[in-house]
Design a binder for this molecule. Sequence first.
Ligand SMILES: [Zn+2]
Ligand SMILES: [Zn+2]
Length: 147
Amino acid sequence: MDKKFDKFINNFRVLIKDLGLKNSTQREIILKALFHSKAHLSAEELSTLIKKEYDSSIGIATVYRVLSFLEDHKVVSSINIGNANSKAYEINPSDHHDHIVCTKCKKVLEFFNPDLEKLQVEIANKNGFKLIDHDMILYGICAGCKK
Ligand SMILES: [Zn+2]
Ligand SMILES: [Zn+2]
């Protein structure tokens, strides 16, 4: 058994109970697939992965609905990977990181830059804000696509 995932799913079940909802197998399969993929996946990719590796068919509309529910409750987070409706999802990371996205192949890389983090706090402070959160996504063409 996967201890990390067990812990994660137990915490999730507590949240579901607190919300007065019932456990749902589909919700948990979606979480399991995303948890173990270690990637940033679109709803379509997630649906395909679930069919292939979890031998379970969850309609794309359900995947979207569940992801949006999970995002509202901060269990997953998403980034925009290009056009209006293309989002890539990941389990909400415990350590903060930012993203760089290839607009051609939609590859997503993660980065963390302490100087950049500090600068954002400074900018907020200078404007009289206390920084709570930020979204930093760089868009470009990856090394593979540049060739
Ligand atoms: Zn690329
Ligand atoms: Zn990420």
